[in-house]
Write a protein that binds this ligand. Structure first.
Ligand code: 57M
Length: 359
């Protein structure tokens, strides 16, 4: 919005010329979202406490988690508010990709909110049925997949990191692939969100990498030089990614151990959906498996654990899944597990950026 209001005045007030630069607006988006979280966080936590919107902790988890009973949850509502307000302030509003990414984030946030509210009302950790949640997620993701496939200038070609000349054409199957990426990312972040700061940290790193890739994908000359798909208008998604970075950093201020607030499914499903959405929209889909490697490893640990548990009639691969609990069970303190996962996430982020040249 600020671009539309202030840039036209740049001839009389020259400083407003800066609003034309995506880099400036991405940083503006990040700082604005961060400040919204920092300034409204304490108030929001008080509101959650007054309304007794507190976490119901399962009794079959690590004993250390029982002390977390009642921690205010659904902090994702404030995260989404910060991302939305900041994006609407700093992004160009005549860009359909920005609205598409806002849609998928808020739609997945709505799914999570329904789940959270049901859990809180029922005072149990069972929320929306798995089938109901999945159907809603598939619908939301299919909107993005269809938009991308039918939008002028898009195609069903896949980008493969490290292999610049390989572009498999999925054609209509690209919609199914897009659903897999977005729904998979959403649920993977959801599973990861099981320790203080464990989901927000890697999300900051992933959104930072996608901020860079969005800027490059939307820049015709740089995209051509780096041999990545040029996506007209993708640069504006750097502003959205900046808002995600700022909002998650602001959330971390309160979610760092010992957490004063959890993001809830409203936050984890939305952030995962947003990361999956931006990966599809800027045509950097497989890259998410690298930069979001922590999320992928967490989801795979659950798939392996549940699968082996069933075929072995009760045996386990990990002491507990998702595998952040495995390290807790091995005696690692929670902050140590979280910071070590952040370290791995940062290394994966650097490798993801390196794919721009290693190809
Ligand atoms: C999402 N939710 C956390 C919080 C957060 C199939 C199975 C693997 C499913 C999985 C599951 O239920 N996942 C749901 C994980 C929960 O966090 C809430 O949920 C939101 C995110 N969705 O925002 O509102 C708990 O996580 C802890 N937490 C923190 N700090 C945070 O910042 O400490 C969350 C955020 C919170 C709090 O304790 O209550 C969760 O873990 O439920 N199930 C599991 O993850 C369970 N694993 C399991 O059952 N493993 C079995 C299966 C695979 C065979 C096994 O390994 O044998 C674990 N989770 C819990 N207890 N709580 C273990 C049992």
């Amino acid at each position: 919005m600020l671009y539309h209001l202030l840039y036209p005045l740049h001839e009389s007030i020259s400083v407003f010329n800066v609003f034309r630069y995506i880099t400036v607006r991405s940083i503006g988006g990040a700082v604005t979202a961060f400040l919204i979280m920092l300034l409204l966080g304490p108030w929001f936590i008080r509101q959650l406490k007054q309304r007794q919107i507190g976490q119901v902790v399962r009794d079959d988890g690590p004993e250390t988690h029982l002390a977390k009973q009642g921690v205010p949850t659904m902090g994702g509502v404030l995260i989404l508010a910060a991302i939305t307000i900041s994006s609407l302030l700093w992004a160009k509003l005549d860009n359909p990709l920005v609205w598409l990414l806002l849609f998928v984030s808020l739609f997945f946030g709505m799914i999570g909110a329904i789940d959270d509210i049901r859990k809180i009302k029922k005072k149990s950790s069972d929320g929306l049925s798995a089938k109901g949640k999945l159907l809603l997620q598939v619908f939301g993701a299919s909107v993005v997949g269809l938009f991308v496939l039918l939008h002028p200038g898009y195609d069903g070609l896949l980008s493969v990191p490290f292999l610049k000349n390989i572009h498999p054409d999925l054609s209509w199957f690209y919609v199914v692939f897009a659903i897999f990426v977005i729904v998979g990312a959403s649920n993977a972040v959801n599973l990861t969100d099981g320790l203080d700061g464990l989901a927000a940290g890697p999300t900051v790193i992933s959104a930072s990498v996608y901020l860079i890739f969005s800027y490059l994908a939307g820049h015709a000359i740089l995209a051509d030089y780096l041999q990545i798909p040029y996506v007209q208008g993708a640069g504006e998604l750097a502003v959205f990614c900046g808002a995600m970075v700022g909002a998650c950093l602001g959330f971390l201020w309160f979610n760092a151990y010992p957490a004063q607030i959890f993001m809830g499914d409203v936050g984890s499903l939305a952030l995962g959906g947003a990361l999956g959405g931006v990966a599809i929209i800027i045509k950097q889909e497989i890259l998410l498996a690298i930069v979001g490697g922590i999320f992928v490893m967490e989801a795979i640990s659950v798939i392996l654990q549940v699968g082996y548990f069933k075929i072995s009639h009760g045996k386990r691969i990990f002491l507990m899944a998702p595998f952040h609990h495995h390290f807790e069970k091995k005696g690692w303190h929670e902050p140590k597990v979280v910071v070590r996962f952040w370290i791995v996430s940062i290394i994966l982020g650097l490798i993801a950026v390196a794919t721009l040249k290693l190809r």
